[in-house]
Design a protein around this ligand. Sequence first.
Ligand SMILES: [Zn+2]
Length: 431
Amino acid sequence: MKFLYSDTQDYVDPGYDFLNDRNSPNRERYWSDVYAHEMMEPMPYDGLLVSMSAVRQATGVASSKVRYSTREEQRLLRDGARKFLRFDGPRFKDAMLMGDCGAFAYADHPVPAYTPEEVVEFYLEAGFTHGVSPDHIIFNCDLSNPPESIVDVAVRQRFAITLANAEAFLGLVGREGMPFVPLGSVQGWSPESMAEAAHRLERMGYRYLAIGGLVPLKVDAIKAVLTAIRMRIQPDTKIHLLGFAKADSIHEFTDFGITSFDSTSPLIRAFKDEKVNYYSEGIDGKLAYYTAIRIPQAIENNRLMQGIKRGAFSAEDLHHRERKALGELRAFDGGASSVSATLDAVMDYHQFLVRGDGTGAAMQDKALSKTAALVQRTLEHQPWKQCRCDVCRTIGVEVIIFRSSNRNKRRGFHNLGVYHRHLRRTLGEAA
Ligand SMILES: [Zn+2]
């Protein structure tokens, strides 16, 4: 089973100065920066997924998910995605490079933002190895399998559009001589309707299906969908799970003949999750999680800056506590401080992130003691010292500090690496 990372233009400055929180001298965004697969050996995923809506602004679509500038888009299409993502060369020769439309970006539109012709042209120019037919997301998956006749007309239209697009798309890819492997996109309002869509795609000629609309679904609902689909398609038809947010439960999905899936969750959780920020290999073979230690830069933190502006905190005092927390943690890492002294210094600064949130002293005390317990666990276990990945070996304790994108993204890279290794082990495949 291949794990694809969904590209969100995540790179870091390899020469970042952690002690002074400064970029390397003369650093140029992107050009000086490195992607996770450049920084880490082995690379922390089996391939990349690039969404068209992340690269190209669709006409008439208000909500933008575009992460590429116009010049970057042009360069990606001129040079190909592999070269743009620096995912070329012998190391990555066999790695998958999949394109999809990123249908979330236009989900509230009546029709998809791109035509099958535009999509095929985009995939060809980008040089993808695999391309997903242009779909239109159906959000609600009703496990009671309501018949088509009682389903909302807009939902039925999305179902029909996705299938019609798949047929046109396959025809166009065939006319080009199949320069990439086409995947038929499955959308539906229920497990049964998704199984019906899968069956029709197979009849069109697809041998690889991409199951969409899984993002909001719980593990059991996804299983119901996959069970229904597998009942209707050939055993050798391949399945890709699009935007699989339940990546940590992948071991529960080994019976469905899944060839590949894409996810961003190991990276995103490094800096978006409240407490699951740092992945580790547990002794029981499961993933273990740690909370990163928040020591934000006072001058870059909204809540702290508001407090300073209101006159509630003094900038000088905060800065002093921030330096103390960082200093104590680094001393602890070097064996020159204790868990309790480090915890005190960290919480002494952290309290300012909570005080003044308007919830009252009792709630704030509760939140602070919860955080203190999580930080204490992180300090006691020191998981960054056990990890042998390129990130942890290079920057040590900085990886566990929740502070600035250069630390937070590196922690995300580490998470991808731990996750990838875990996946390989769980599936019993060689790393
Ligand atoms: Zn690591």
